[in-house]
Design a protein around this ligand. Structure first.
Ligand code: F6R
Length: 626
């Protein structure tokens, strides 16, 4: 949610803070700010510039004093996504309380009690935030004689809830302290001397490749000589080993695409290849042999699987359920994490709980994993982010290798989640329970290896046939009152995903339905102002879906058909038509092509509407609050 950066060292700190915050913009935010020691790190006065709205507003404030801040070499920065209090400049971080200045990500759950106590002791918080209150606690401790380090430690003992904080004090110029108490925080030593801290690794990339993911309950003290780690509760030093980051800074740039989302749609074939290379044992050509890692054993031992996820990840899980049941004949329960965590589910013995989350930070999914772990249920995570909270919580983790996804709307992270589900279905198909025919296993495996290449050919480039036909279709449909996406079987989860993508980035009303459900209510919405996107590849469900198409066509809807290139009958029933590649692949692979279609369609409609495609309103990339 909120983004945090802190830097102390020998380089121009404001440049590092601003470019770090830029790299965190993808998380979604509504205000931003920086705080820094004016002059050199030994200068004692902290200066704050913050504003509601975009980071540019903060840059404008800094630009108003050209040259004044060139010597700054110690500071902190923040992008805020409002939870407590409105997105105003007053509520924006950093918050200053006397000589203490801090930025905060997460929630202080007992903030009302703390606020009442502070007010009773004569303090007057200036903002509506929970974050500012921590500053008062630290100030009180320092006024009693504690160092900043001790004051932060003691203050945290008063807090309930998950958060991370980066904090400085005018009494200790040139020191930046960070705490991870649940919400993520990473740190890297600057090779030129000093350190950089941030809520995720992206801002660190320009300075360092070796980063330390703080553990829950760690405190890091940084200054221009480097950084040291301690236990938040006891204050004792702890050793933390750096992880080598695989992401290079240039991969983060748009590489010529107008939006990150579009670049990420086109990166899907590569992301699939990277994920296959990461999860498969490439030393053997035996089909569906997973690289040996702790998760494989958990999967193989499972008698039943329960998957929890949210949003797009839940749709990946839904398709996973279809594949796992059909190929591997293993019972799969699918649950929305936000519902499951507050229910009293009954679990059969031998159940494996799988949490899917691209960010690895989604609060509800994380909570279910934690709860399951407490009940000694084996847990498996599927995530795109190494070192994320979910990966640390689960008994074992499989990583998708989509690389950094900057567009807020999930694209390549989704298709790599799908691929991991397909891989597990294939691996479990080898079990006696599945009773699969050996020829089927090999054919499906060969198809899976071909998949990234076929998808790459299908996507072509921006001026290719597929992209052009989708652009044209979007232009023709841009005035539709609303969209229904319908599909059956393997296409149903993609209908849900198509509708979500369109809502998210184009702000157009859209619903996804299992095509057979239309007549149970939604069909009442159909008239000539509605577009129905019919996902009907030439698979087991094609004929049934076409019957549903006829029902909506008869009621005046405009039909956009997405089907097999050879399906001239279906094409003739549609007002608009997007064809799938003319290749022989198992029907289980069709969702990857349908996904590319619905992603690009949403993208083109969003561009026509002029929305902020990469940072849609009201959304955040990692949802670390309930
Ligand atoms: C949609 C989207 C969200 C996420 C959901 C779960 O484009 O990105 O619906 O899928 O917030 O996020 P993760 O996968 O990070 O748990």
């Amino acid at each position: 949610m909120c983004g945090i950066v802190g830097y102390v060292g020998k380089r121009p700190a404001l440049k590092i803070l601003i470019s770090g915050l830029r790299r965190l913009e993808y998380r979604g935010y509504d205000s931003a700010g920086v705080a820094f020691f004016e002059g050199s790190a030994t200068g004692s006065k902290i200066h704050i510039q913050k504003s509601e709205g975009k980071l540019e507003n903060v840059e404008r404030l800094l630009d108003a004093s050209p040259g004044r801040y060139e010597d700054v070499c110690c500071g902190i920065g923040h992008t805020r996504w409002a939870t407590h209090g409105k997105p105003t400049t007053q509520n924006a971080h950093p918050h200053q309380t006397g000589h203490v200045v801090l930025v905060h990500n997460g929630i202080i759950e007992n903030y009302q009690t703390i606020k009442a106590e502070l007010i009773a002791r004569g303090h007057r918080p200036q903002s509506e935030t929970d974050s500012e209150l921590l500053g008062f606690l630290v100030l009180e401790e320092m006024n009693r004689g504690s160092s900043l380090f001790e004051a932060v430690r003691k203050s945290f003992q008063r807090l309930q809830g998950q958060c991370s904080v980066v904090i400085m004090s005018e009494k200790e110029p040139g020191t930046v302290i960070g705490v991870r108490n649940g919400s993520p925080l990473v740190a890297a030593a600057d090779p030129k001397g000093g350190a950089i801290l941030a809520s995720d690794p992206q801002p660190l990339l320009e300075l360092a490749r070796e980063v330390v993911y703080l553990e829950h309950g760690d405190i890091v003290v940084s200054n221009d000589r480097g950084m040291r780690f301690y236990d938040l509760e006891t204050g004792a030093p702890v050793e933390r080993h750096p992880t080598q980051l695989e992401w290079s800074a240039d991969r983060l740039d748009k590489q010529g695409f107008p939006h990150y989302m579009l670049k990420e749609i086109y990166e899907q074939p590569t992301a699939l290849i990277d994920t296959l290379n990461g999860l498969l044992d490439r030393a053997t050509t035996d089909p569906f042999t997973l690289a040996r890692q702790p998760g494989v054993e958990l999967l193989e031992r499972a008698k039943e699987i329960t998957i929890v996820a949210c949003g797009t990840s839940w749709y990946a899980a839904l398709l996973g359920k279809y594949w796992l049941e059909r190929w591997a004949r293993i019972p799969v329960n699918l649950e929305l994490a936000s519902e499951y965590r507050y229910r009293d589910p009954v679990m059969n013995e031998g159940t494996l709980l799988v949490g899917i989350s691209q960010s690895g930070e989604t609060a509800d999914t994380l909570a279910v994993l934690r709860k399951s772990k407490k009940s000694e249920i084996p847990t498996l995570a599927i995530t795109n982010v190494r070192g994320s909270s979910i990966s640390r919580e689960a008994s074992a983790t499989f990583y998708t290798c989509a690389g950094p996804e900057i567009g807020v709307a999930a694209t390549k992270s989704f298709t790599t989640q799908l691929l991991s589900m397909l891989l597990f279905s294939g691996a479990l198909m080898l079990k006696p329970r599945a009773a699969a025919v050996p020829g089927d296993i090999t054919r499906r495996f060969d198809d899976m290896i071909r998949l990234p290449h076929v998808l790459s050919d299908y996507l072509g480039d921006r001026s290719g046939k597929m992209a052009s036909s989708i652009r044209e279709t979007a232009r023709a449909l841009q005035l539709s009152k609303g969209f229904f996406f319908i599909g059956r079987g393997y296409s149903f989860p993609i209908a849900l995903e198509g509708a979500l993508k369109l809502k998210e980035i184009a702000y157009v009303h859209a619903e996804g339905y299992a095509a057979g459900e239309l007549k149970h209510g939604p069909i009442a919405m159909i008239d000539e102002n509605m577009t129905v996107v019919v996902l009907a590849p030439g698979d087991t469900w094609r004929d049934k879906t076409v019957s549903n198409l006829q029902e909506v066509k008869a009621r005046g809807a405009r039909i956009l058909g997405v089907g097999s290139a050879s399906d001239s009958e279906l094409k003739s029933m549609c007002d608009h038509w997007i064809e799938l590649p003319n290749v022989q692949l198992d029907e289980a692979f069709m969702p990857f092509f349908l996904t590319a279609v619905v992603q690009l369609l949403s993208y083109e409609l969003a561009v026509l509407k002029g929305t902020d495609v990469d940072k849609p309103r009201n959304l955040a990339k990692s949802v670390t609050v309930e």
